[in-house]
Design a protein around this ligand. Structure first.
Ligand code: ZN
Length: 75
């Protein structure tokens, strides 16, 4: 175990959390993580879960593909 590496990672996490909490205190912005690519983005509408329509489409494509695979395996 390399403790110093873990420490660096933790302090980075703390920094990211601070950055997010700063953004979140600003009432005009709604900071979210994209459900598909995990990128941070500003949600223009409430309930927006994706950074772009492309991500939304891709997420739905992957979801339906996985469903189809699961159906075939049940064979
Ligand atoms: Zn995205």
């Amino acid at each position: 175990m390399r403790r110093d590496t873990t420490g660096d990672f933790h302090s980075l996490l703390v920094m990211v959390q601070m950055y997010f909490s700063l953004l979140l205190t600003d009432k005009d912005t709604d900071m979210r993580l994209c459900k598909h690519c995990r990128k941070a983005f500003i949600a223009s509408r409430k309930g927006n879960e994706f950074c772009s329509p492309q991500c939304k489409n891709q997420f739905n494509v992957y979801k339906s593909r996985e469903k189809k695979k699961g159906d075939k395996r049940n064979d």
